[in-house]
Design a protein around this ligand. Structure first.
Ligand code: ZN
Length: 177
């Protein structure tokens, strides 16, 4: 694969582009190479390593995309990890209202977490304090999810650290701006 991961000035993943487009950005001085591949790219006028990751040398403003509040996105945000017992697994997880619905708990990013069935049964419609089941971390609305559709196993290893910034599994199709 010769695709190139493009990072913003701030090292956030922006998108994936062709190496032709990446080379254009490099030659016009708009981007720099963060990681090159072993293969060389040559033409009569230049020779360089095929870029794998480039970074823009100025900040690209992107409209903030609201991430849809869905069960799947809650599970993705929490990386399929039970926020009470830390069990991890895609098939076992569901969504729990931290403050139970029956007690007026809203369906919001801040009140929904990924939880396993065992913990949901144990919590039994109580607050975490009442059930003595503290949350592993405070649930928050994700700010932004990069619009990158890729399968983990097709990714060059060096991309991973930039694509896990958002605690989003890239095995999933993730859509936004
Ligand atoms: Zn659990």
């Amino acid at each position: 694969m010769t695709d190139v991961l493009v990072l913003n000035f701030t090292y956030e993943a922006l998108n994936i582009t062709s190496f032709q487009r990446a080379v254009k950005l490099l030659f016009s001085g708009k981007a720099e190479v963060v990681h090159g591949r072993a293969q060389m790219l040559s033409s009569p006028t230049y020779e360089m390593k095929l870029p794998s990751i480039i970074r823009m040398l100025y900040y690209i403003r992107r409209p903030m995309q609201k991430v849809a509040l869905t069960k799947k996105n809650i599970l993705l945000r929490d990386d399929y990890t039970c926020q009470y017992c830390a069990l991890k697994g895609e098939r076992l997880m569901t969504v729990d209202h931290v403050l139970p619905k029956s007690k007026g708990g809203p369906s919001t990013w801040e009140n929904l977490v990924c939880a396993c069935m065992r913990c949901i049964n144990r919590k039994n419609n109580r607050t975490p304090e009442h059930a003595n089941m503290p949350l592993r971390r405070k649930p928050k609305a994700p700010k932004y999810i990069p619009w990158i559709r890729v399968k983990r196993n097709t990714l060059p290893g060096e991309w991973h650290k930039f694509l896990f910034l958002y605690n989003v599994s890239i095995d999933e199709v993730v859509e936004a701006g």
